[in-house]
Design a protein around this ligand. Sequence first.
Ligand code: GLP
Length: 243
Amino acid sequence: MSSPAVHVLPARSWAADVAAEFGRRLIQQPRLRICLPTGDTPAPLYAALAEMAIRGELSFALATIILLDEYVDLPVGDPARGASQVRHDLLDRLPSGPARFHAIRVDELAPERAAAELDATTADGLDLALVGLGLNGHVGFNEPGSTAQSPTRVVPLSRASVQVATAEYGAKRAPSTGITLGLARILEAAEIWLLVTGERKADVLRRALEEPETPDCPASFLRRHARLHVFADDAAADLLTSA
Ligand code: GLP
């Protein structure tokens, strides 16, 4: 197993630094096929990317963006919905949209069919998977109990994820179910960037990177990937012995 590249960045410049790195990646490969997470961690990164796009420093015009995960049982337009968040935090701010944006079609399709569609959309492989880290070690909605073989699927949400949806993302009611890109598909991406910020993520990041891999902390399986880059701010990296 190769060691991940851990980039520890000052909290004040984390978003701008990761955005600059992303900008270089997009210039190298304008037709990038990426999956994007939602949540509090990537929001400042997306704001920085949108500002770069407005200044003409990067363009998503040829890129394909695929949503990493979505709630099944929140109404259209609920602020916690993944599609709402990625539109609000990134897409609506861009001067011109990406070539394609794949939301997870929970409103039009039965959950299993929406999950199957997400899986088919990613079957040819992603160039880059951007993922966040849940406080319980989840990646997307690959909750504890998930393994490196977990497929793209409909999942019951952990209590922690339900709590975050209502308390942090402003969900108007408590969701119970989600759809997530499976860890197996995430691990098939050519490259993975794990985005982690804040002191409250320090212990789970340490578990993910430095303890033996385990379904109790699904993010620990990301270390199997030869091109895993961890972009952590100094607060999140505080408990790492290796960084
Ligand atoms: C959420 C989402 C994930 C996200 C993670 C961390 O519940 N399902 O896609 O990456 O939890 O969220 P945050 O960045 O808000 O801490």
